[in-house]
Design a binder for this molecule. Structure first.
Ligand SMILES: Cc1ncc(COP(=O)(O)O)c(C=O)c1O
Length: 467
Protein backbone atom coordinates (compact mmCIF):
# COMPACT_ATOMS: atom_id res chain seq x y z
CA UNK A 1 0.00 0.00 0.00
CA UNK A 2 2.86 2.38 0.65
CA UNK A 3 4.00 2.85 -2.96
CA UNK A 4 0.74 4.62 -3.70
CA UNK A 5 1.31 7.07 -0.91
CA UNK A 6 3.35 9.83 -2.44
CA UNK A 7 2.58 12.40 -5.08
CA UNK A 8 6.02 13.32 -6.31
CA UNK A 9 4.78 16.28 -8.33
CA UNK A 10 3.10 17.92 -5.31
CA UNK A 11 4.60 20.95 -3.58
CA UNK A 12 3.92 19.37 -0.18
CA UNK A 13 7.14 17.87 1.25
CA UNK A 14 7.36 14.08 1.18
CA UNK A 15 7.49 13.73 4.98
CA UNK A 16 4.24 15.74 5.30
CA UNK A 17 2.53 13.58 2.70
CA UNK A 18 3.66 10.45 4.47
CA UNK A 19 2.49 11.84 7.82
CA UNK A 20 -0.90 12.78 6.37
CA UNK A 21 -1.54 9.50 4.62
CA UNK A 22 -0.55 7.35 7.58
CA UNK A 23 -2.52 9.42 10.13
CA UNK A 24 -5.51 9.31 7.76
CA UNK A 25 -5.19 5.53 7.46
CA UNK A 26 -5.17 5.20 11.27
CA UNK A 27 -8.21 7.46 11.61
CA UNK A 28 -10.28 5.70 8.98
CA UNK A 29 -9.35 2.25 10.28
CA UNK A 30 -7.29 1.13 7.29
CA UNK A 31 -4.42 0.73 9.72
CA UNK A 32 -5.60 -0.76 12.99
CA UNK A 33 -4.29 -0.71 16.52
CA UNK A 34 -1.28 -3.01 16.97
CA UNK A 35 -0.48 -3.30 13.25
CA UNK A 36 3.25 -3.24 12.49
CA UNK A 37 4.61 -0.59 10.14
CA UNK A 38 7.70 -1.13 7.98
CA UNK A 39 10.92 0.11 9.55
CA UNK A 40 11.98 3.61 8.49
CA UNK A 41 14.90 2.10 6.60
CA UNK A 42 12.70 -0.41 4.72
CA UNK A 43 10.02 2.15 3.87
CA UNK A 44 12.62 4.69 2.73
CA UNK A 45 14.18 2.21 0.38
CA UNK A 46 10.75 1.07 -0.86
CA UNK A 47 9.73 4.65 -1.64
CA UNK A 48 13.10 5.86 -2.85
CA UNK A 49 13.30 8.46 -0.07
CA UNK A 50 16.03 9.42 2.34
CA UNK A 51 15.66 7.51 5.61
CA UNK A 52 15.56 10.84 7.46
CA UNK A 53 12.38 11.80 5.57
CA UNK A 54 10.54 8.72 6.80
CA UNK A 55 11.96 9.20 10.29
CA UNK A 56 10.65 12.78 10.33
CA UNK A 57 7.15 11.54 9.43
CA UNK A 58 7.32 8.71 11.99
CA UNK A 59 8.52 11.17 14.64
CA UNK A 60 5.56 13.44 14.01
CA UNK A 61 3.13 10.53 14.00
CA UNK A 62 4.54 9.17 17.25
CA UNK A 63 4.43 12.64 18.85
CA UNK A 64 0.72 12.90 18.05
CA UNK A 65 -0.10 9.44 19.31
CA UNK A 66 -0.83 7.67 16.02
CA UNK A 67 2.08 5.22 16.18
CA UNK A 68 4.46 3.86 18.79
CA UNK A 69 8.06 2.75 18.51
CA UNK A 70 8.68 -0.39 20.55
CA UNK A 71 12.46 -0.61 20.35
CA UNK A 72 13.80 -3.60 18.49
CA UNK A 73 10.28 -5.02 18.03
CA UNK A 74 9.47 -2.27 15.51
CA UNK A 75 6.92 0.51 14.99
CA UNK A 76 3.22 -0.15 15.57
CA UNK A 77 -0.13 1.62 15.25
CA UNK A 78 -0.81 2.99 18.75
CA UNK A 79 -3.88 2.17 20.81
CA UNK A 80 -6.66 4.71 20.27
CA UNK A 81 -6.75 7.24 23.11
CA UNK A 82 -10.00 5.92 24.58
CA UNK A 83 -8.69 2.72 26.13
CA UNK A 84 -9.63 -0.30 24.03
CA UNK A 85 -10.56 -2.28 27.14
CA UNK A 86 -13.40 0.17 27.73
CA UNK A 87 -14.97 -0.18 24.32
CA UNK A 88 -15.06 -3.58 22.65
CA UNK A 89 -13.70 -3.30 19.11
CA UNK A 90 -16.36 -3.72 16.42
CA UNK A 91 -16.37 -7.17 14.78
CA UNK A 92 -13.99 -7.17 11.81
CA UNK A 93 -15.71 -7.13 8.45
CA UNK A 94 -14.51 -9.46 5.73
CA UNK A 95 -11.98 -7.97 3.35
CA UNK A 96 -11.30 -4.71 5.19
CA UNK A 97 -10.01 -3.99 8.67
CA UNK A 98 -12.62 -2.68 11.10
CA UNK A 99 -12.74 1.11 11.44
CA UNK A 100 -12.90 2.41 15.01
CA UNK A 101 -16.27 3.97 14.21
CA UNK A 102 -18.52 4.71 17.15
CA UNK A 103 -15.66 4.81 19.62
CA UNK A 104 -15.68 8.09 21.55
CA UNK A 105 -12.96 10.51 20.51
CA UNK A 106 -10.30 12.00 22.79
CA UNK A 107 -11.63 15.21 24.49
CA UNK A 108 -15.26 14.22 23.79
CA UNK A 109 -17.57 15.88 26.30
CA UNK A 110 -20.32 14.37 28.41
CA UNK A 111 -18.65 11.05 29.16
CA UNK A 112 -17.28 9.74 32.43
CA UNK A 113 -14.12 7.56 32.35
CA UNK A 114 -15.31 4.57 30.35
CA UNK A 115 -12.23 2.51 31.23
CA UNK A 116 -12.81 2.92 34.97
CA UNK A 117 -16.47 1.96 35.21
CA UNK A 118 -16.86 -1.21 37.30
CA UNK A 119 -18.63 -3.18 34.58
CA UNK A 120 -18.18 -6.59 36.20
CA UNK A 121 -19.68 -5.42 39.48
CA UNK A 122 -22.54 -3.68 37.68
CA UNK A 123 -23.25 -6.80 35.62
CA UNK A 124 -23.23 -8.95 38.77
CA UNK A 125 -25.74 -6.65 40.48
CA UNK A 126 -27.92 -6.56 37.35
CA UNK A 127 -27.87 -10.39 37.14
CA UNK A 128 -28.81 -10.63 40.81
CA UNK A 129 -31.81 -8.35 40.24
CA UNK A 130 -32.88 -10.45 37.26
CA UNK A 131 -32.60 -13.72 39.22
CA UNK A 132 -34.60 -12.29 42.10
CA UNK A 133 -37.41 -11.14 39.82
CA UNK A 134 -40.75 -12.23 41.24
CA UNK A 135 -44.10 -12.16 39.40
CA UNK A 136 -44.80 -8.89 41.21
CA UNK A 137 -41.65 -7.42 39.68
CA UNK A 138 -43.24 -7.83 36.25
CA UNK A 139 -45.88 -5.22 37.05
CA UNK A 140 -45.28 -1.63 35.85
CA UNK A 141 -43.27 0.17 38.54
CA UNK A 142 -44.40 3.20 40.51
CA UNK A 143 -44.21 6.08 38.00
CA UNK A 144 -42.21 8.09 40.53
CA UNK A 145 -39.58 5.34 40.79
CA UNK A 146 -39.16 2.08 42.68
CA UNK A 147 -39.19 2.48 46.48
CA UNK A 148 -35.68 1.12 47.10
CA UNK A 149 -34.12 3.58 44.66
CA UNK A 150 -36.03 6.58 46.01
CA UNK A 151 -34.87 5.59 49.47
CA UNK A 152 -31.23 5.17 48.41
CA UNK A 153 -31.25 8.55 46.61
CA UNK A 154 -32.81 10.26 49.65
CA UNK A 155 -30.06 8.81 51.84
CA UNK A 156 -27.37 9.93 49.38
CA UNK A 157 -28.81 13.46 49.21
CA UNK A 158 -28.88 13.74 53.00
CA UNK A 159 -25.31 12.54 53.45
CA UNK A 160 -23.56 13.98 50.38
CA UNK A 161 -25.59 17.08 49.47
CA UNK A 162 -27.12 18.24 52.75
CA UNK A 163 -30.66 17.90 51.41
CA UNK A 164 -32.97 16.31 53.98
CA UNK A 165 -35.95 14.92 52.11
CA UNK A 166 -38.20 11.90 52.68
CA UNK A 167 -38.02 9.24 49.93
CA UNK A 168 -41.63 9.98 48.90
CA UNK A 169 -40.49 13.40 47.71
CA UNK A 170 -37.81 11.99 45.40
CA UNK A 171 -39.04 11.30 41.86
CA UNK A 172 -36.84 9.10 39.67
CA UNK A 173 -36.53 10.51 36.16
CA UNK A 174 -35.02 9.62 32.80
CA UNK A 175 -31.96 11.77 33.52
CA UNK A 176 -31.88 15.57 33.54
CA UNK A 177 -33.67 15.75 30.22
CA UNK A 178 -36.48 13.56 31.55
CA UNK A 179 -36.81 15.80 34.62
CA UNK A 180 -36.93 18.87 32.39
CA UNK A 181 -39.78 17.30 30.41
CA UNK A 182 -41.77 16.73 33.60
CA UNK A 183 -41.05 20.25 34.88
CA UNK A 184 -42.03 22.04 31.67
CA UNK A 185 -45.38 20.20 31.67
CA UNK A 186 -45.90 20.67 35.38
CA UNK A 187 -45.30 24.41 35.21
CA UNK A 188 -46.95 24.78 31.83
CA UNK A 189 -44.19 26.98 30.46
CA UNK A 190 -45.75 27.47 27.00
CA UNK A 191 -45.48 31.14 25.99
CA UNK A 192 -44.09 32.05 29.39
CA UNK A 193 -40.78 33.80 29.99
CA UNK A 194 -38.12 31.50 31.38
CA UNK A 195 -34.63 32.57 32.47
CA UNK A 196 -31.77 30.61 31.01
CA UNK A 197 -28.07 31.17 31.63
CA UNK A 198 -26.17 32.79 28.73
CA UNK A 199 -24.01 30.86 27.98
CA UNK A 200 -25.78 27.74 29.17
CA UNK A 201 -26.38 24.04 28.58
CA UNK A 202 -27.54 23.91 24.97
CA UNK A 203 -29.76 20.83 25.47
CA UNK A 204 -31.59 22.49 28.36
CA UNK A 205 -32.22 25.55 26.22
CA UNK A 206 -33.42 23.37 23.34
CA UNK A 207 -35.74 21.52 25.74
CA UNK A 208 -37.28 24.77 26.97
CA UNK A 209 -37.74 25.99 23.40
CA UNK A 210 -39.34 22.66 22.43
CA UNK A 211 -41.78 23.09 25.32
CA UNK A 212 -42.81 26.47 23.86
CA UNK A 213 -41.23 28.67 26.54
CA UNK A 214 -40.07 32.20 25.74
CA UNK A 215 -36.43 31.74 26.69
CA UNK A 216 -34.83 34.88 28.16
CA UNK A 217 -31.02 34.84 27.97
CA UNK A 218 -29.65 36.08 31.29
CA UNK A 219 -25.90 36.80 31.26
CA UNK A 220 -23.50 35.16 33.68
CA UNK A 221 -20.43 36.86 35.15
CA UNK A 222 -17.74 35.82 37.62
CA UNK A 223 -20.43 35.24 40.30
CA UNK A 224 -22.68 33.15 38.06
CA UNK A 225 -26.16 34.16 36.93
CA UNK A 226 -26.66 37.95 36.94
CA UNK A 227 -29.95 37.94 38.86
CA UNK A 228 -30.41 41.72 38.59
CA UNK A 229 -30.10 41.46 34.80
CA UNK A 230 -32.74 38.71 34.82
CA UNK A 231 -35.08 40.88 36.88
CA UNK A 232 -34.60 43.74 34.44
CA UNK A 233 -35.20 41.52 31.39
CA UNK A 234 -38.18 39.51 32.67
CA UNK A 235 -39.20 40.36 36.24
CA UNK A 236 -42.01 37.82 36.46
CA UNK A 237 -40.50 34.84 34.66
CA UNK A 238 -42.16 31.49 35.32
CA UNK A 239 -38.88 29.83 36.18
CA UNK A 240 -35.11 30.25 36.16
CA UNK A 241 -32.90 27.36 35.08
CA UNK A 242 -29.48 27.51 36.74
CA UNK A 243 -26.39 25.39 37.39
CA UNK A 244 -25.23 26.92 40.71
CA UNK A 245 -22.49 24.48 41.79
CA UNK A 246 -20.61 24.55 38.52
CA UNK A 247 -22.00 26.82 35.84
CA UNK A 248 -22.38 25.00 32.54
CA UNK A 249 -20.15 25.53 30.60
CA UNK A 250 -17.94 28.24 32.19
CA UNK A 251 -17.53 26.55 35.55
CA UNK A 252 -17.92 29.29 38.17
CA UNK A 253 -20.09 28.79 41.28
CA UNK A 254 -23.10 30.99 41.96
CA UNK A 255 -22.00 33.30 44.79
CA UNK A 256 -23.88 33.32 48.10
CA UNK A 257 -25.28 36.86 47.61
CA UNK A 258 -26.59 35.82 44.18
CA UNK A 259 -28.08 32.64 45.63
CA UNK A 260 -29.98 34.65 48.22
CA UNK A 261 -31.03 37.22 45.62
CA UNK A 262 -32.32 34.47 43.31
CA UNK A 263 -34.28 32.79 46.12
CA UNK A 264 -35.77 36.18 47.14
CA UNK A 265 -36.76 36.88 43.54
CA UNK A 266 -38.54 33.51 43.23
CA UNK A 267 -40.37 33.96 46.52
CA UNK A 268 -41.43 37.51 45.64
CA UNK A 269 -43.07 36.63 42.31
CA UNK A 270 -44.05 32.97 42.75
CA UNK A 271 -41.32 32.05 40.28
CA UNK A 272 -39.62 28.65 40.33
CA UNK A 273 -35.96 27.75 40.20
CA UNK A 274 -34.67 24.62 38.49
CA UNK A 275 -31.30 23.67 39.95
CA UNK A 276 -29.24 21.51 37.57
CA UNK A 277 -26.73 19.86 39.92
CA UNK A 278 -25.20 17.74 37.20
CA UNK A 279 -21.56 17.24 38.21
CA UNK A 280 -21.03 18.71 41.68
CA UNK A 281 -19.45 15.43 42.85
CA UNK A 282 -16.32 16.33 40.90
CA UNK A 283 -14.51 19.16 42.61
CA UNK A 284 -10.74 19.19 42.95
CA UNK A 285 -10.19 22.31 45.02
CA UNK A 286 -11.86 22.50 48.42
CA UNK A 287 -15.05 20.67 49.29
CA UNK A 288 -18.13 20.18 47.09
CA UNK A 289 -20.38 23.24 47.32
CA UNK A 290 -23.76 22.87 49.01
CA UNK A 291 -26.67 23.04 46.60
CA UNK A 292 -29.02 26.00 46.34
CA UNK A 293 -31.78 23.64 47.46
CA UNK A 294 -30.23 23.47 50.93
CA UNK A 295 -31.03 27.21 51.36
CA UNK A 296 -34.58 26.94 49.99
CA UNK A 297 -36.77 28.02 52.93
CA UNK A 298 -39.67 29.22 50.77
CA UNK A 299 -39.94 25.99 48.75
CA UNK A 300 -39.23 27.41 45.28
CA UNK A 301 -36.37 25.13 44.11
CA UNK A 302 -36.84 22.04 41.95
CA UNK A 303 -33.59 20.16 42.38
CA UNK A 304 -32.38 17.86 39.59
CA UNK A 305 -29.53 15.36 39.82
CA UNK A 306 -28.32 12.83 37.26
CA UNK A 307 -26.27 9.63 37.17
CA UNK A 308 -25.05 10.45 33.66
CA UNK A 309 -21.80 11.99 34.92
CA UNK A 310 -21.11 9.78 37.93
CA UNK A 311 -22.02 6.44 36.29
CA UNK A 312 -22.83 6.51 32.57
CA UNK A 313 -25.19 8.52 30.35
CA UNK A 314 -26.70 5.42 28.71
CA UNK A 315 -28.28 4.55 32.05
CA UNK A 316 -30.74 7.43 31.59
CA UNK A 317 -31.46 7.80 35.30
CA UNK A 318 -31.69 10.93 37.40
CA UNK A 319 -33.95 12.39 40.05
CA UNK A 320 -36.08 15.37 40.85
CA UNK A 321 -36.76 16.76 44.31
CA UNK A 322 -39.58 19.29 44.17
CA UNK A 323 -41.26 21.25 46.94
CA UNK A 324 -43.85 18.90 48.53
CA UNK A 325 -47.02 20.47 47.06
CA UNK A 326 -45.75 19.61 43.58
CA UNK A 327 -44.65 16.01 44.12
CA UNK A 328 -48.02 14.33 43.62
CA UNK A 329 -48.70 16.22 40.41
CA UNK A 330 -45.22 15.33 39.08
CA UNK A 331 -45.92 11.64 39.71
CA UNK A 332 -49.22 11.97 37.82
CA UNK A 333 -47.52 13.60 34.85
CA UNK A 334 -44.80 10.93 34.92
CA UNK A 335 -47.49 8.22 34.84
CA UNK A 336 -49.24 9.78 31.87
CA UNK A 337 -46.45 11.26 29.80
CA UNK A 338 -43.33 9.40 31.05
CA UNK A 339 -40.89 8.23 29.90
CA UNK A 340 -40.64 5.85 32.84
CA UNK A 341 -37.16 4.50 33.51
CA UNK A 342 -37.00 0.68 33.31
CA UNK A 343 -37.52 -1.02 36.69
CA UNK A 344 -34.56 -3.42 36.36
CA UNK A 345 -32.07 -0.59 35.76
CA UNK A 346 -33.56 1.22 38.76
CA UNK A 347 -33.16 -1.89 40.94
CA UNK A 348 -29.53 -2.37 39.89
CA UNK A 349 -28.78 1.27 40.68
CA UNK A 350 -30.58 1.01 44.04
CA UNK A 351 -28.33 -1.91 45.00
CA UNK A 352 -25.22 -0.05 43.74
CA UNK A 353 -26.09 2.89 45.98
CA UNK A 354 -27.32 0.95 49.03
CA UNK A 355 -24.27 -1.35 49.14
CA UNK A 356 -21.81 1.55 49.17
CA UNK A 357 -20.38 1.04 45.67
CA UNK A 358 -21.53 4.44 44.47
CA UNK A 359 -19.69 6.39 47.18
CA UNK A 360 -16.53 4.38 46.52
CA UNK A 361 -16.81 4.82 42.77
CA UNK A 362 -17.27 8.59 43.01
CA UNK A 363 -14.26 8.89 45.34
CA UNK A 364 -12.11 6.84 42.93
CA UNK A 365 -13.26 8.89 39.97
CA UNK A 366 -12.53 12.16 41.76
CA UNK A 367 -8.93 11.02 42.29
CA UNK A 368 -8.60 9.68 38.76
CA UNK A 369 -10.01 12.86 37.22
CA UNK A 370 -7.75 15.04 39.38
CA UNK A 371 -4.74 13.23 37.85
CA UNK A 372 -6.08 13.35 34.30
CA UNK A 373 -7.06 17.02 34.66
CA UNK A 374 -3.62 18.02 35.98
CA UNK A 375 -1.78 16.12 33.22
CA UNK A 376 -3.88 17.69 30.48
CA UNK A 377 -3.57 21.17 31.99
CA UNK A 378 0.24 20.95 32.02
CA UNK A 379 0.35 19.99 28.34
CA UNK A 380 -2.21 22.60 27.28
CA UNK A 381 -0.31 25.33 29.11
CA UNK A 382 2.93 24.27 27.44
CA UNK A 383 1.34 24.25 24.00
CA UNK A 384 -0.97 27.27 24.15
CA UNK A 385 0.14 29.37 27.15
CA UNK A 386 -1.35 29.45 30.64
CA UNK A 387 -3.53 32.48 29.89
CA UNK A 388 -5.60 30.46 27.41
CA UNK A 389 -6.23 27.55 29.76
CA UNK A 390 -9.23 27.98 32.06
CA UNK A 391 -9.01 25.37 34.76
CA UNK A 392 -12.16 25.42 36.87
CA UNK A 393 -12.27 24.11 40.42
CA UNK A 394 -14.41 21.20 39.35
CA UNK A 395 -16.10 19.46 36.47
CA UNK A 396 -14.92 17.11 33.77
CA UNK A 397 -13.45 19.48 31.17
CA UNK A 398 -10.91 22.24 30.62
CA UNK A 399 -11.74 25.30 28.55
CA UNK A 400 -9.15 26.39 26.00
CA UNK A 401 -9.92 30.07 25.39
CA UNK A 402 -9.54 31.31 21.84
CA UNK A 403 -9.49 34.85 20.51
CA UNK A 404 -12.79 36.50 19.70
CA UNK A 405 -12.37 36.46 15.94
CA UNK A 406 -11.70 32.73 15.49
CA UNK A 407 -14.36 30.31 14.35
CA UNK A 408 -14.48 27.58 16.99
CA UNK A 409 -17.01 25.57 14.98
CA UNK A 410 -14.51 25.32 12.12
CA UNK A 411 -11.82 24.38 14.63
CA UNK A 412 -13.97 21.60 15.99
CA UNK A 413 -14.43 20.33 12.45
CA UNK A 414 -10.65 20.37 11.91
CA UNK A 415 -10.22 18.47 15.19
CA UNK A 416 -12.73 15.87 14.09
CA UNK A 417 -10.71 15.21 10.95
CA UNK A 418 -7.73 14.60 13.23
CA UNK A 419 -9.75 12.13 15.31
CA UNK A 420 -10.37 14.49 18.24
CA UNK A 421 -13.75 15.42 19.72
CA UNK A 422 -13.75 18.78 21.58
CA UNK A 423 -16.91 20.93 21.71
CA UNK A 424 -17.18 24.58 20.68
CA UNK A 425 -17.82 27.10 23.46
CA UNK A 426 -19.83 29.33 21.10
CA UNK A 427 -22.55 26.64 20.88
CA UNK A 428 -23.46 27.38 24.50
CA UNK A 429 -24.54 30.92 23.54
CA UNK A 430 -27.94 31.75 22.07
CA UNK A 431 -27.21 35.43 21.41
CA UNK A 432 -24.68 37.07 19.09
CA UNK A 433 -22.16 38.03 21.80
CA UNK A 434 -20.30 34.77 21.88
CA UNK A 435 -16.99 33.88 23.45
CA UNK A 436 -14.98 31.31 21.53
CA UNK A 437 -13.10 28.36 22.82
CA UNK A 438 -12.83 24.62 22.94
CA UNK A 439 -14.22 22.50 25.75
CA UNK A 440 -11.89 19.56 26.28
CA UNK A 441 -13.00 16.66 28.41
CA UNK A 442 -10.18 14.99 30.34
CA UNK A 443 -12.12 12.06 31.74
CA UNK A 444 -11.00 9.56 29.08
CA UNK A 445 -7.45 10.75 28.57
CA UNK A 446 -4.78 8.87 30.52
CA UNK A 447 -1.92 11.15 31.68
CA UNK A 448 0.58 9.40 29.42
CA UNK A 449 -1.62 10.12 26.39
CA UNK A 450 -1.96 13.84 27.13
CA UNK A 451 1.29 15.04 25.44
CA UNK A 452 0.51 13.29 22.15
CA UNK A 453 -3.13 14.34 22.06
CA UNK A 454 -2.28 17.97 22.80
CA UNK A 455 0.34 17.93 20.04
CA UNK A 456 -2.27 16.55 17.68
CA UNK A 457 -4.71 19.22 18.83
CA UNK A 458 -2.17 21.99 18.28
CA UNK A 459 -1.46 20.73 14.80
CA UNK A 460 -5.17 20.48 14.00
CA UNK A 461 -5.63 24.08 15.14
CA UNK A 462 -2.49 25.15 13.29
CA UNK A 463 -1.26 26.89 16.39
CA UNK A 464 2.52 26.68 16.59
CA UNK A 465 3.74 24.82 19.64
CA UNK A 466 5.68 26.86 22.10
CA UNK A 467 9.32 25.83 22.44
C1 LIG B 1 -25.26 20.94 32.20
C2 LIG B 1 -25.72 19.52 32.15
N1 LIG B 1 -26.81 19.15 32.81
C3 LIG B 1 -27.24 17.88 32.80
C4 LIG B 1 -26.59 16.90 32.10
C5 LIG B 1 -27.07 15.48 32.14
O1 LIG B 1 -28.07 15.24 31.30
P1 LIG B 1 -28.81 13.82 31.30
O2 LIG B 1 -29.07 13.43 32.72
O3 LIG B 1 -30.07 14.09 30.55
O4 LIG B 1 -27.90 12.85 30.61
C6 LIG B 1 -25.47 17.24 31.36
C7 LIG B 1 -24.80 16.20 30.56
O5 LIG B 1 -24.01 16.39 29.69
C8 LIG B 1 -25.01 18.58 31.40
O6 LIG B 1 -23.90 18.94 30.73
Amino acid sequence: MFEALLDRAAAEPAYRQLYRRISGAVLDGTLTEGERLPSARALASQLGLARGTVEAAYGQLAGEGYIQGRGAAGTFVAPVAIPAAAVPAPAPRAGRPAAPAGRPLPFQMGLPALDAFPRKLWTRLAARQAHALSPLGLVAPDPAGIASLRQAIARYLAVARGIAVPPEHVVVTAGFQGALGLITRLLDVGDQPVWMEEPGYFLARAGLVAAGARVVQVPVDAEGLDVAAGMALAPTARLALVSPSHQSPLGMALSLPRRLQLLDWAASCDGWIVEDDYDSEFRYVGRPLPPLKSLDRAGRVLYVGTFSKTLFPGLRLGYLVAPPPLTQRIAEIAALLGPLPAADAQATLAAFLAEGHFGRHVRRMRQLYARRRAALAVELEKAFGADRVALGAGGMQILLRLDGAVDDLAMVEACRLAGLGPSPLSRAYAGPAKRRGLLLSFTNLAPEQAPAMVQRLARALSVPLRP
